[in-house]
Design a protein around this ligand. Structure first.
Ligand SMILES: Nc1ncnc2c1ncn2[C@@H]1O[C@H](COP(=O)(O)OP(=O)(O)OP(=O)(O)O)[C@@H](O)[C@H]1O
Length: 608
C-alpha cells in the first residue's frame, strides 16, 4: 500500500482523472521535475539514503533466519558472524543504521518536495494573476482554484511519497526475488508461479468492491437530498398533501441503497474468503513444501523463515504497485493541467510590490478612434462597432445607453483588459500600445458597480489603492470620501475586519471605501461604473458628494444609469448596440425630441 501523506498538503478529496503514461506525458513531467534542480544535491542524497535503507531492510529476513539456524548450531550464511549473540548484535546495529538513514531520507525528500512545490505553486499563481482577462472568461474560478489546490497537492504527494515509495518497493522486490532464488530455487518457482496472478486478481477485485461501495455512498447522498428538499419545502409538501408521495420517494431510494449495499456485501464476503483461502493458502503451501524440503535436508528451518519473510516482502511490493501507478497517472494528469497554465502568455506586468512609480505620466486626455471590438470568447458578436469619442484632460464624460449596449466593455478597453480588433485608443494623443500596461493601469482607476472588498481590515482595503500609503494618507482619503465618520463609528475603527466580500458593510459604505481607495490612487483618468441598485437618499447624498470630490481635477468617464447625476457632464455619449447614436451636453440632447437620451430621461423622470 502507498504510505500515508508525510506532508501538510491539504488535498481536497477529489478523485482526479488519470492520464495515460506516454512519451509526451513523461516529457511534461520532466518539465515540472526541473523545479527539483535547485535542490538536486539534497535530492540525490535522499535517493542514496533511500537505496541504503531499502537494501538494509532486505537483510532482516536473512538475519532472523540465521538466528533460528544458529540456535541449532548451523551457520550457512557466510556474511554473518558465527555466534548467536554476534548475529543479534549485528541485527541491532543494522537496525540502528537503518533508522538513522530513514530519518534523513524522509526529511530530505519532504524538504525537497515542499520547497520545489512551493516554487511551482508560486509560479502558477503568479502566472495566473497576470493572465489576460480573456483567460478568465473561459474558465470557472472553481476549476482554476482546484488546479492550485488539488492538482498541485497530487503532484506534491507524488514527489514526497509516491516516487520514493516506487523506488523502495522496486528495490525490495528485485532484491527479495534475488534472495529468494539464493535460498531455494525450487521454492521460488512455486511461489512465483502463483503469487503474481493472485495479486492481480486481488487488486482488480478490490477495486470492483470499492466501486460498489462508492455507488452505495452516492445513492445514500441522493436519499439525503430528498430529506433536505422535503424539509426545506415542508410547507409545500403539507399544502399539497404530498406526505405519502415524499415518503414513497424516500423509501424507493432507501431500497436501492440497501440493494447496492447487499450486493456489495456478497462480493465483500467472496473477497474475504478469497484472501483467506488463496493468499494465506499460498503461504501454507509454501511452508508445506518448504517443510518437505527441510525434511529432505535440502534447506534448514531458518532458511524457510527467511524465505517466508522475503515472500511477504515480494507480495507486499507487488500489491503496492497498482496504487502507486494510479497515483503516478493522476500526478501526470495534474502536471499537464498545471503546465497548461504555466505555458500561457501572461500580461507584461512587473511583479514587484509597491511598484507604483509611474514612468510615463498621463495627463488625462483620452481618445477612442473607430474602435471595433468583439470578445475573444465570442468573436462572432461585435460588441463595439466603430466607437469614437474624445475626453480632454479634466472633462466629465458620461456614457449612457440601454443594458448590453457596450458601456462596461468600453471601460474594460480603457483599462486595457482587452484590445480592440480595429481602431485605436489613445492617451494624451499617443497609442495605448506605446505605454507600459503598468503605467496605464496605475493612472486609471475604476469605481465599479459592485464593490468587492477583501477580507482584511478597512485600513488594508483602502490602502489597496496605494500600497505604500501612510496611515495619515489613508485617513485623509477616507475623510474626503465621506467614509471617516462611519469607520470611526465602529469599535475597532480602521482595524475593523470586513467580512469576505465586505458583507458586514452596507452598499453605500462599500462604495465610499472604494472611492477612498481611488482617491488614494490619485489617477489621471477615473472610470465610474454607477451602481444600479439605488441607495437611500441620505446614503446617496454621501456617495454623490464623495464622487464629486473624487472627480475633481481629473478626467472622469461615468457609466451612468441614473441620468439625474450627469446633467453637469461636459459631454454625454449615448450608445445603442455598440454604436454611438447621439452625443452632446444634457441640454443639447434633451432638445432632440426624437432622441434616445430624451426618451430615456423622460422614462426615468416618469418613474421617479
Ligand atoms: N466577458 C464577456 N465575454 C463575452 N461577451 C461579453 C462579455 N462581457 C459582456 N459581453 C457581451 O457584450 C455586450 C455588451 O456588454 P456590456 O457589459 O458592455 O454592456 P453594458 O452596456 O455595460 O450593460 P449593463 O448596463 O447591463 O451593464 C453584451 O451583449 C454582453 O453579453
Amino acid at each position: 500500500m502507498a504510505r500515508g501523506r508525510l506532508n501538510s498538503g491539504s488535498k481536497a478529496e477529489i478523485d482526479l482523472p488519470k492520464a495515460k503514461i506516454n512519451r509526451q506525458s513523461i516529457k511534461n513531467v520532466a518539465k515540472l521535475l526541473s523545479y527539483l534542480k535547485p535542490y538536486s544535491g539534497k535530492f540525490i542524497i535522499a535517493l542514496i539514503f533511500l537505496f541504503i535503507s531499502s537494501l538494509t531492510g532486505l537483510a532482516f529476513p536473512a538475519i532472523l533466519g540465521a538466528l533460528i539456524d544458529a540456535a541449532k548450531g548451523i551457520y550457512k550464511n557466510k556474511f554473518f558472524p558465527h555466534s548467536i549473540n554476534a548475529i543479534g548484535l549485528f541485527g541491532f546495529a543494522l537496525l540502528f543504521g537503518q533508522a538513522f538513514v530513514s530519518f534523513f531520507r524522509v526529511v530530505f525528500f519532504v524538504q525537497v518536495a515542499e520547497k520545489s512545490l512551493a516554487d511551482i505553486r508560486r509560479d502558477t499563481y503568479f502566472k495566473l494573476i497576470t493572465l489576460p482577462m480573456n483567460f478568465f472568461a473561459n474558465r470557472r474560478v472553481g476549476e482554476l482554484n482546484s488546479r492550485i489546490s488539488a492538482d498541485l497537492s497530487q503532484i506534491q504527494d507524488t514527489l514526497t511519497t509516491t516516487i520514493a515509495e516506487m523506488i523502495r518497493q522496486l528495490i525490495i522486490m528485485v532484491g527479495s526475488v534475488t534472495l529468494l532464488i539464493i535460498v531455494s530455487v525450487k521454492l521460488t518457482l512455486v511461489l512465483l508461479s502463483i503469487l503474481p496472478f493472485l495479486i492481480v486478481f486481488a487488486v482488480v477485485f478490490g477495486r470492483f468492491i470499492r466501486k460498489i461501495s462508492r455507488q452505495a455512498q452516492d445513492k445514500l447522498a441522493e436519499s439525503n437530498t430528498v430529506v433536505e428538499e422535503t424539509l426545506q419545502g415542508i410547507a409545500n409538501v403539507k399544502a399539497f398533501v404530498n406526505e405519502a408521495y415524499e415518503a414513497g420517494r424516500y423509501d424507493k431510494i432507501l431500497r436501492e441503497v440497501v440493494g447496492i449495499a447487499v450486493k456489495g456485501a456478497k462480493f465483500r464476503g467472496i473477497f474475504a474468503s478469497f484472501i483467506v483461502f488463496c493468499l494465506f493458502g499460498t503461504f501454507v503451501g509454501v511452508i508445506w513444501y518448504g517443510s518437505t524440503l527441510i525434511h529432505n535436508h535440502d534447506i534448514e528451518p531458518g532458511q524457510l523463515t527467511t524465505f517466508v519473510l522475503y515472500s511477504i516482502f515480494v507480495g507486499a511490493a507487488m500489491g503496492s504497485f497498482p496504487d502507486l501507478y494510479a497515483n503516478l497517472q493522476k500526478a501526470i494528469g495534474a502536471s499537464e493541467r498545471v503546465l497548461e497554465i504555466l505555458s500561457e502568455h501572461g500580461e507584461p506586468i512587473a511583479m514587484v510590490e509597491n511598484n507604483n512609480a509611474v514612468v510615463e505620466h498621463i495627463e488625462g486626455n483620452l481618445t477612442f478612434k473607430n474602435v471595433e471590438f468583439a470578445y475573444p470568447s465570442r468573436p462572432e458578436i461585435t460588441v463595439l462597432k466603430g466607437i469614437s469619442f474624445e475626453a480632454k484632460a479634466g472633462q466629465k464624460i458620461a456614457i449612457v445607453g440601454p443594458s448590453g449596449s457596450g458601456k462596461s466593455t468600453t471601460a474594460s478597453l480603457i483599462l486595457q483588459f482587452y484590445h480592440p480588433q480595429a481602431g485605436t485608443i489613445q492617451f494624451d494623443g499617443r497609442d495605448a500600445d506605446t505605454y507600459s500596461l503598468t503605467d496605464i493601469r496605475n493612472q486609471v482607476a475604476i469605481v465599479p458597480q459592485d464593490v468587492l472588498l477583501f477580507g482584511g481590515t478597512i485600513m488594508e482595503n483602502i490602502a489597496y489603492g496605494k500600497l505604500s500609503a501612510t496611515k495619515d494618507e489613508i485617513i485623509k482619503a477616507a475623510q474626503r470620501a465621506n467614509a471617516h465618520q462611519f469607520i470611526t463609528g465602529f469599535p475597532e475603527g480602521y482595524e475593523t475586519i470586513v467580512g469576505e466580500r465586505g458583507v458586514k458593510l452596507s452598499g453605500g459604505q462599500r462604495q465610499r471605501i472604494a472611492i477612498a481607495r481611488a482617491l488614494l490612487k490619485n489617477p489621471s483618468i477615473l472610470i465610474l461604473d454607477e451602481a444600479t441598485s439605488s441607495l437611500d437618499s441620505e446614503s446617496e447624498r454621501l456617495v454623490q458628494e464623495a464622487l464629486e470630490e473624487l472627480m475633481k481635477n481629473r478626467t472622469s468617464i461615468i457609466i451612468a444609469h441614473r441620468l439625474s447625476t450627469i446633467r453637469e457632464a461636459d459631454k454625454i455619449i449615448v450608445i445603442e448596440k455598440g454604436e454611438i447614436i447621439e452625443s452632446g451636453t444634457h441640454d443639447e440632447l434633451n432638445a432632440n425630441e426624437q432622441g434616445l437620451y430624451r426618451y430615456l430621461s423622460q422614462l426615468q423622470f416618469d418613474v421617479s
